[in-house]
Each structure stands twice: as structure tokens, then as C-alpha cells.
Design a protein around this ligand. Sequence first.
Ligand SMILES: NC(=O)c1ccc[n+]([C@@H]2O[C@H](COP(=O)([O-])OP(=O)(O)OC[C@H]3O[C@@H](n4cnc5c(N)ncnc54)[C@H](O)[C@@H]3O)[C@@H](O)[C@H]2O)c1
Length: 450
Amino acid sequence: MTSTISVFGVGKVGITLISAMLNKNMRVIGVDKNKTLLDDIKNKNYNSDEPGVQKILNKKIELLTVTNKTSLAIKKTDFSFVIVPTNSNDLGGFSNKYIIQVLKSISKAIKEKKTYHTISIVSTIIPGSSEFELIPLVEKISGKKANRDFGFCYNPSFIAQGEIMKGIVTPDYVLIGENSKKSGKITEKVHKKILKENVPIVKMNCTEAEITKIASNTHETMRVSFANMLAQICNEMPETNVDSVTNALSFRLGKRFFKGAVPYGGPCWPRDNIALSGVLNSVNLDDTIPRVVDSYNLWHGDKIIELISKKLNKSSSVGVIGLAYKVGTNLIDKSFSLKICNKLSPKVKSIVGYDPLASSNFKSEFNSSIFKIANDIEECFKNDICIIVQPINGLEKINYLKYKSTVIFDLWRVIPEKTSKKINHYFGFGISINKNKNYKRKRNILKLTK
Ligand SMILES: NC(=O)c1ccc[n+]([C@@H]2O[C@H](COP(=O)([O-])OP(=O)(O)OC[C@H]3O[C@@H](n4cnc5c(N)ncnc54)[C@H](O)[C@@H]3O)[C@@H](O)[C@H]2O)c1
């Protein structure tokens, strides 16, 4: 086996995986159809904002060759990762269109090859894709037999935007769906070169791995939604704080993805439950669980906006802190701030938003005449209402007591209780402002105890 690896799709995930390999002095051939991107990499004009990537590229770029020629990459390597987009389609599934484009050209190239070539698909795909569509396609075009003549694995990564390198080098585990023991072993060997020590490697067949990947993401959203439901209850039930509840539950249920706050967003999570629902329907099974997680997430956001709306009027000025879909990224796909701004803009006088990474992406998506980007985080507090949508860095330095007349909505409860108690108009979402005495829904609750 040659030590050079080829990577098809030099996007956000592809370039990070490439950098992880360069960092271990492995030679890599990156293949992409985007010529501008390839020229930028060749001319050292490429800039990655993914932590850890740029430094490695600057140092090790001579180990990387980039090209749009599949035949060259397949000739010079015996192992290929495929990391191209799998966009959602009209049925809520993930289209294999770009994977098929890549596999068609790889198959033509391996037809001419005498040695064993292993293909490892990293992109998120619908369960059944490898067995029903991708492996038969490679066999048909190459005229070769899977396992005997070429290897095939489904090998997704568990990564988060802003932490992709961490997810590649120190993941919780590496998941390898193997079409044969041989291809699984080869894929494992490649990963072991880039992994930090003691990362578990879990192998199974391709369909099981495809189910595992989509199950991982949808289970995480289910936990987020469950914690959000608890935050809604505690927001309403007198004298409660959701953090007391989730912190206790964490001893039994774990801490991850378990803090009641805003609805989840981003390019992956929202689409995964829709896809799982499609998978269940396609095999004639009930899809209530993923459908409900998705619709609960939408309701949860609407309910928070309804609570905020009660405090504003046509002359209100609003500050919004944290514009990306989460902290540490510039992506605004399905960001809660975008939903807030879209819903509030017809109802208020002005909105000012702050985010250290996502301001320009946000401004190009939400180009309302009443919206502007704040010069600094403090500017958001100089309004009638300030909404802390994401717990971004810098909030810990604010002297909140300066903003006596601002109504502060703290959706993650970032302001310490000691301080929040001194703020005139503080609403920590998930902390009830109702008092036991005279609670208007007491009678409804007591009906349940009869
Ligand atoms: N970004 C994430 O956080 C994340 C997390 C988990 C999984 N994934 C999966 O990884 C995959 C890639 O994600 P990404 O964020 O890197 O996407 P991206 O859009 O940043 O990059 C994809 C790259 O593939 C290239 N490409 C498309 N078709 C091609 C073809 N026929 N030949 C060669 N190159 C081609 C594009 O030009 C682009 O550079 C997706 O399937 C996604 O579901 C992404």
C-alpha cells in the first residue's frame, strides 16, 4: 500500500482531515471540482477559520498536492476518503448525487488499476446507501468485485463546527462500517496514524454504521429537546430553576447535550430527524419520535419568542447577542437569532446584533433596514431589550448593573444568580419568575392530584 492518501472533497471537513494527516507527515492528494479553491490552496491564498487547520497548512503545505484529476489521484494512492456534500432532498433524505459523481470517476480509474484500492465514504448518508447503491455502482463501472478487488467502508466523522480537528484527532470513537475485514483493517490503519492514543475503533457492517451515524445525531437532538422541555416547565412552575433539575439528572444521564436553552440549529442536526423520519417511513415504520423532536424544536423557539414579544412594542430597540447557530462558528444556518430577528423585525423600531465570528454572514442573510451590526458587545445592552441568544465570550466582563433600564433575556442563564438578582429587569429563561403564592395555574395542577 502506498503511504499517500487521496481525499475527494476539500471542503470544511476535507481540509481538516487533510491537515490532520499532513500534521503526521503523511502525503495527501486533495481532489475537488472547485478550481478556485484548488488555485487558492496552491497559491497559499487559502484561509481556514477552523481552529488548528491554518497553522498546519502553512507549515506542511509541501506534502499536499491538489488537483481536479481523479485518475492521477487514484493512480498515486491506494486509499481514498470521499467527503462531498450530501444535500437534503425533497423527501427529507440526503442526496448521494455528488458521491455518485465522485464514485463514477473513481470507478473508471480503478478499472485501469492492478492493485487493491480502498474507498472510505465520510459524508453523512441514508442507511442502505452503501449496500443498495454505492457498492453496486463501483462494481458495475469498474468491472471489479467488492472485497476481492477493491475495499469499501462507510466511515463518518462525529464532528462539530469550530471543533472539526478535535473530532478527527480525538473523537469519542472511530466508526468503521466495513464491507470486508480487509477494507476495515486498512481504514483502521489510516486512522491510527492520525488519532491520539486510546481512541476506541468500532467496526460493523456498512448499513449498521449508517444507522449508527444518523442515530447519534438524532439522539443528541432528543436530549437537547428534553432539556429544553424541562426549561419550559421550570420557566413556568413557580420558584424553579432548570439547572437544578438537569444538574441532578446528569449524575444518572450524563451532562452532554443536556442544558435547557435555545432550540438547536446548524447545517446537520435539524435535517437529521427529518431524514430519520423518511427512513422509517420508507420501511413502513412509525416515525413519531424523530418527527416530534423536530416539531418540538420549532415550537420551543416560537414559545421563547412569544415570551420576549410580551416585553416589546413598536418603539422598542433590541440588542441580540450571538448570531451564529452556536458559539465558535460563523455559520448561521437555522440560527435562532435569525428566527428571532425575522419574527421581531416587523414589531420593533431597531435591532442591533453582535457576534465575534458570524456578523458578516448574518448581515448578508438578514438585510433589514432596521438592523445593524454592533461595534461591540456593550452596544447590545444599550437598548430597551437585550437578548443573550448564545453564551459568547466577553459576557463575563460586562458590568450588568450599569444597564438599569434594559430588559435582559438571558436564554442560557450566563449571568450569575448573585448578579442577576440585582438587575432590575432580568429574565433568565428556565428560571421561573412566578411565585408559589397566587400562581394562576395552581388550580389546573391540583386537578391532577385528585
Ligand atoms: N461540516 C460538518 O460539520 C459536518 C459534520 C458531519 C458530517 N458532515 C458531512 O461531511 C460532508 C461534507 O461536508 P463539508 O462541510 O466539508 O462540505 P463542504 O461543502 O464544505 O465541502 C464539500 C466539498 O466537496 C466538493 N465537491 C462536491 N462535488 C464534488 C465532486 N463531484 N468532485 C470533487 N469535489 C466535489 C465541493 O467543491 C466542496 O469543496 C457532508 O456530507 C456532511 O454531511 C459535515
